[in-house]
Design a protein. Structure first.
Length: 65
């Protein structure tokens, strides 16, 4: 397996100084801004909202027949 040394990895912009920071870093190397951690609670909340939307839309779609 070859690794491309020129591959672009995901980045995000630091809100403190607008520098592009690798997405896997939690702190900006320039200004020290700490990105908030997205833990399991955030992930579970997203799935819960999607499930609730699906449960609301399925009966609506079935009643349109």
């Amino acid at each position: 397996m070859k690794i491309d040394p020129h591959a672009k990895f995901p980045t995000r912009e630091c809100p403190g100084c607008a520098v592009e920071v690798p997405a896997n870093e939690n702190r900006c190397p320039v200004c020290g801004y700490e990105f908030p951690a997205r833990g399991p609670l955030h992930r579970n909340l997203v799935w819960l909202v999607l499930l609730m939307l699906a449960l609301l839309l399925i009966p609506l779609l079935l009643s349109m027949r």
